[in-house]
Design a protein around this ligand. Structure first.
Ligand code: FAD
Ligand code: FES
Ligand code: FES
Length: 498
């Protein structure tokens, strides 16, 4: 695609790549960034491994103007599940971009070479780009930060140690003239994005990116069967893995009002276009107990594209944010045309993949109530792999104990039914009871009243029921319950796994 002068054709996708404004048009709106790079731009440094966001081989870095318009935020994303029109107005950085004009490798690349961090090399560009995004934020990261950054990158050759060594060495090289932290923050990158910033919606055949929530509401009223696209980390796989044709797409990522994230008297208000990275950041600031849940949600590239409201709207039975937001009493703001309404999240799900959402209606935001005093909060995820794995079962507990008695108990599970739901019989068994082992055991029995779990490839119904009880016991032990679980509880869960 020929490079375009800034301000070029209004309805071609426009983004900055290697300092040039590139216009891409006449491509289907579900063309992925990866396919554009490899098949249209013939830049094949970015690889395809899984085409579903799991392996990291396709990682690229996107620069977006921050909400205040004054700086560019660079984040790693999976290009294999990112549709090209959604990078309109962004800066695209690929592995070919990093080398200096004089041919010198970027410190990240040089460190990978010097630490022998590449064997077959297939995963390497993805690792380089994940580490490059980290380099721009923290060129001398600690091991923990490196492991967290790379949780979305798989390598089958190196055993990872040399890659981790390279990550912890990259900051020791002289900063490159090109793509140093300072250079990335220079006005040049910002101004290049300001120059292509749109004030009117991008409209392509079967793709519309409204700029305001009124425009979004009108678009959805005109075309109630249109597909709302947020981060595309669920929708992307419908195309790349299920090979589905999509209805016309209305992309909400450019709707200014949906990008707002604020903390007010009601609690944390997360707009529908707020990436998971920022949403989880705000939630963990209020509820530090949820840090592990946040860290184990997908990977950094998935959290940089995906949105919290997309997880809620997708409504998978094992959607990880659902149990904890239900237990915390979260509420959705929905809009259809000019009418808005509020729905408690726990009443939004009517059955498997059935939601209280009318045609043309969309989620504007989710509000998570502010923490109240003396609440114990926990969220647990059980999956086969720690990182980047789908839950077999997840559980969330919000309990308040006063004078030794349970004053409040809100308990929700995912993976135990067609939708994430509260364990009402279990809660009733606890409320008013003394907070001790026997009342917890009595409550655990009620889980079989609350749920009739399924057996599937991730877990058996027996395992799920035992594990659900054990997660309640774990919560008790971690919150004043002192005594370690009895052998029977562990043995029962272990036998269910055989
Ligand atoms: P999209 O894919 O854009 O949309 C998802 C659905 O929600 C679509 O039906 C869309 O129409 C609808 N939708 C989106 N926004 C709105 C709105 N405002 N109003 C109405 N409808 C809307 N999920 C987990 O729960 N836990 C995980 O650990 C996890 N790991 C993942 C790992 C990988 C590699 C991948 C690819 C996905 C993973 N996911 C996980 C699933 C996915 O990332 C999440 O569900 C994510 O939150 C979806 O958000 P999104 O913005 O990408 O939604
Ligand atoms: Fe595997 Fe994109 S190709 S994450
Ligand atoms: Fe071969 Fe990593 S070097 S997959």
């Amino acid at each position: 695609m020929a490079a375009d002068q800034p301000g070029g054709a209004s309805n071609a996708i426009r983004f900055v790549h290697d300092g040039r404004v590139v216009s891409a048009d006449h491509l289907p709106p579900t063309t992925t960034v990866l396919d554009y790079l490899r098949e249209t731009a013939h830049q094949t440094g970015t690889k395809e491994g899984c085409a579903e966001g799991d392996c990291g081989a396709c990682t690229v870095v996107l620069g977006n103007l921050a909400v205040d318009g004054n700086r560019v935020e660079y984040r790693a994303v999976n290009s294999c599940i990112r549709f090209l029109p959604t990078i309109d107005g962004c800066e695209l950085v690929t592995v070919e971009s990093l080398k200096s004009p004089d041919g010198r490798l970027h410190p990240v690349q040089q460190a990978m070479v010097d630490c022998h961090a590449s064997q077959c090399g297939f995963c390497t560009p993805g690792f380089v780009m994940s580490l490059f995004a980290l380099y721009l934020q923290a060129p001398e990261p600690d091991r923990e930060r490196v492991l967290e950054t790379l949780s979305g990158n798989l390598c089958r050759c190196t055993g990872y140690r040399p890659i981790i060594d390279a990550a912890q060495r990259m900051g020791s090289y002289p900063p490159p003239p090109h793509w140093s932290r300072e250079a990335a923050r220079s006005a040049g990158h910002r101004d290049a994005l300001r120059a292509i910033r749109r004030n009117r919606a991008l409209k392509l055949p079967d793709f519309h990116a409204p700029r305001t929530v009124d425009e979004l509401a009108a678009a959805m009223q005109r075309e109630p069967k249109a597909l709302i696209l947020a981060g595309g980390t669920d929708v992307g796989l419908w195309v790349t893995k299920q090979l589905r044709d999509l209805p016309p797409i209305v992309y909400i990522g450019e709707v200014a009002q949906l990008k707002h994230l604020r903390r007010d008297a009601a609690g944390i208000v997360v707009g529908a276009a707020v990436p998971l990275t920022d949403a989880w950041g705000a939630i963990v600031a209020e509820f530090p107990e949820l840090a592990e849940q946040a860290r184990r949600f997908g990977s950094p590239p998935v959290r940089n594209s995906g949105t919290l409201c997309g997880n809620l709207a997708n409504g998978s039975p094992i959607g990880d944010s659902l149990p904890i937001l239900i237990a915390l009493g979260a509420e959705l703001e929905l809009r259809r045309g000019a009418r808005t309404r509020r729905v408690p999240l726990e009443r939004f799900y009517l059955g498997y993949q059935q939601k209280d959402l009318a045609p043309g209606e969309f989620i504007v935001s989710v509000t998570i109530p502010a923490r109240s005093a003396r609440q114990w909060v926990a969220s647990y995820k059980l999956s086969k792999r720690v990182d980047q794995d789908i839950s077999a079962i997840s559980a969330a507990f919000v309990v308040r104990v006063e004078n030794g008695q349970v004053a409040e108990a809100r308990i929700a599970y995912g993976g135990m039914a067609a939708v994430a739901a509260r364990a009402c019989a279990t809660e009733s068994a606890l409320i008013g009871a003394v907070w001790n082992r026997s009342s917890v055991e009595a409550a655990a029995v009620q889980l079989a009243v609350d749920f009739e779990p399924l057996t599937d490839l991730r877990a058996s119904a027996t395992y799920r029921l035992h594990a659900a009880g054990n997660l309640l016991r774990r919560f008790y032990i971690e919150h004043g319950g002192g005594t370690p679980p009895t052998r029977t509880a562990h043995a029962a869960a272990a036998s269910a796994l055989e």
